[in-house]
Design a protein around this ligand. Structure first.
Ligand code: DX5
Ligand code: ZN
Length: 215
């Protein structure tokens, strides 16, 4: 089943609780954490995730766009994240493995994320233990960017690896997803779609969520 995860990066932060409730028909809530180092932007931190946890029961899909994420796994898990995605480019492989192990110990679901430059095969050393792989279809850092068509190949390749080595693993796609691009992304093998501007920029977020689900 296709899951839709609205990204609150496009929400009105002054009215965050209201904007979280506006997407309550979605499956997950996508929370973009940026540190100004791994990506040029700075967004949400641990205290905000803690506050979000208090105002919704939605599954919190926390996308860590931060350097050396192993340092913050425990803090985000305690703050109430249900799943953490860490970028494979954000640390050495041994420290990525360490971060994933820590996620298991903290009881959160484990995902790795790929920048557009990263090959699908980079997930292989971790794939069997993952709950999800996140393929970026824009350069991480900002909402509202154009979908990178070339990433459809990476989605197909990751789908083939998941089917072979860990069929229960989800495949999430993030960046430039709209009712126009959702169909191609689902056809390429994605089962979880993040959407920021397409949901929050719509007059009726619930209708945009339904349109994305249709593909
Ligand atoms: C970008 C973030 C995305 C962003 C997507 O670095 O990871 O989650 O919010 O925004 P849209 O859907 O507007 O491309
Ligand atoms: Zn994201």
């Amino acid at each position: 089943m296709i899951k839709i995860a609205p990204s609150i990066l496009s929400a009105d932060f002054v009215n965050l609780e209201r904007d979280i409730k506006r997407v309550s028909t979605a499956d997950w809530l996508h929370v973009d954490v940026m540190d100004g180092c791994f990506v040029p932007n700075i967004t949400i931190g641990v205290p905000v995730v803690q506050s979000i946890r208090k105002c919704t029961d939605m599954f919190l899909d926390v996308h860590l766009m931060i350097d050396k994420p192993v340092r913050y796994v425990e803090a985000f898990a305690k703050a109430g994240a249900d799943l953490l995605s860490i970028h494979l480019e954000a640390d050495h492989p041994t420290r990525i493995a360490e971060a994933l192990k820590l996620m298991g110990e903290c009881g959160v679901q484990k995902a790795v994320a790929l920048r557009p430059i990263t090959a699908a095969s980079a997930v292989l050393p971790y794939l069997e233990e993952l709950d999800m792989v996140l393929v970026m279809t824009v350069e991480p850092g900002f909402g509202g960017q154009a979908f990178m068509e070339g990433q459809l190949d990476t989605i197909r390749q990751v789908r083939a690896l998941i089917d072979r080595y860990n069929p229960a693993c989800r495949l999430e796609v993030d960046g430039g997803i709209s009712p126009k691009t959702a169909g191609a992304v689902i056809a390429a093998g994605a089962d979880t779609l993040v959407a920021g501007s397409a949901v929050y920029g719509a007059a009726e977020p619930a209708a945009a969520i339904a349109a994305l689900r249709e593909g």
